[in-house]
Design a protein around this ligand. Structure first.
Ligand code: PLP
Length: 272
């Protein structure tokens, strides 16, 4: 089901700036057991993105109402996607000052990842590099060509995710996930001030770690840090935590270790 500005529809104007320029934001949420998980956090990130892109988020209440409508008609656990574009108009790239943002919300089947992903996945290292863009770092804007190109690099279902370096050789994240390393009892995750998406699940993991008195550090990471890690895992709103146990084409292997297990079970019990 799709709602566009609250109405069941599946068409948007070809003049929409989200289509023309990627001028907008999106969120991907898990709807499980009748609950939109981490809804407040997703809306907060969208609000931050709106601020950064100078898109009005004055229709937040309408969006919440529409989400409730959509969810009321969604019986099964599903993925709910929100897109908010600047709307239509303007001259070329120049955005109109009075644009009316377009809200698109849709429900989709949950991807049926094998249960084994919770015990460990194989990842690969992508060739495509992330650029540097502090102005867009952290937010979930609609321009995802870097991820599209990286994800087109492999077609092997046994490889569940690709890790991405940036043009400065820093290990930033997966194509659809955030990265954590465990090293000597400490949790380390890349700084996301120059690129990457500041994940909702990443924030939930950092919060859980703090509650469990596990030290967390944000810093620039390289492939050497990955090789030295005791445990590696990836996060996003749909997968939760996926331990990484193998880097394809290398002799790097990691355990589905104690700290990762601890965080996985902790997240299961926390309010989402
Ligand atoms: C590039 C990228 N990084 C990180 C994430 C994780 O974000 P979240 O935890 O909010 O789902 C995603 C999720 O789709 C992503 O596409």
């Amino acid at each position: 089901m799709i709602l566009i500005n609250g109405q069941p529809d599946n068409r948007i104007p070809v003049t929409d700036r989200g289509l023309q320029y990627g001028d907008g934001l999106f969120e991907t949420l898990a709807f499980r057991q009748g609950k939109l998980e981490y809804l407040a956090a997703h809306l907060q990130r969208m609000a931050k993105g709106c601020e950064r892109l100078n898109i009005s988020f004055s229709d937040k209440d309408k969006l919440e109402f529409e989400l409730a409508t959509l969810c009321a008609q969604t019986a099964e656990d599903s993925v709910i996607k929100i897109m908010l574009t600047r709307g239509s108009g303007g001259r070329g790239y120049k955005a109109p000052t009075d644009a009316e943002p377009l809200r698109i919300i849709s429900s989709h089947p949950m991807p049926d990842y094998p249960q084994s992903c919770q015990q460990g996945i194989t990842v690969r290292l992508c060739q495509h590099r992330l650029g540097i863009n502090p102005g867009l770092a952290g937010i979930k804007h609609l321009n995802r060509l870097e991820q599209v190109l990286a994800r087109s690099e492999w077609d092997d279902d046994n490889i569940r995710e690709g890790l991405m370096l940036d043009v400065k050789d820093r290990l930033v994240e997966g194509t659809m996930s955030n990265l954590f390393l465990v090293h000597q009892g400490q949790l380390i995750t890349p700084t996301l001030t120059e690129n990457g998406i500041s994940g909702i699940m990443r924030a939930a993991v950092i919060k859980s770690a703090a509650e469990l008195a596990i030290p967390v550090k944000e810093k620039d990471l390289t492939l050497a840090d990955l090789e030295l890690a005791d445990e590696v895992f990836l996060t996003n709103s749909l997968i939760g935590i996926w331990p990484v146990t193998e880097l394809d084409g290398s002799d790097c292997y990691w355990e589905h270790g104690e700290l990762t297990r601890h965080l996985q079970s902790e997240l299961k019990t926390t309010e989402r």
